[in-house]
Design a protein around this ligand. Sequence first.
Ligand code: FES
Length: 63
Amino acid sequence: MEENKSKKAQATVEVIEFGPLKISGNFILKDLKRNTEEKPVEIWLCRCGKSGNKPFCDESHKK
Ligand code: FES
C-alpha cells in the first residue's frame, strides 16, 4: 500500500537561492510530531534553520 502511494506522487522540488525548498505538485507530507499526513498543493521547507515554524519556512532567512 505504501509503495503504491509513492509511485503516484509527482512533485517538483525547487531550491530558492538563500531561502527554502519549494515543493509543489502531488505529494504527501508526513508530520513527525502529530503523525498525520497531508496532501498540500505547495509548501516551503526551511533550509536555514532559523524558522520558528519548522519544518516550514517563516521567512526568518531574510532577517
Ligand atoms: S529558509 Fe526561510 S526561514 Fe529558513
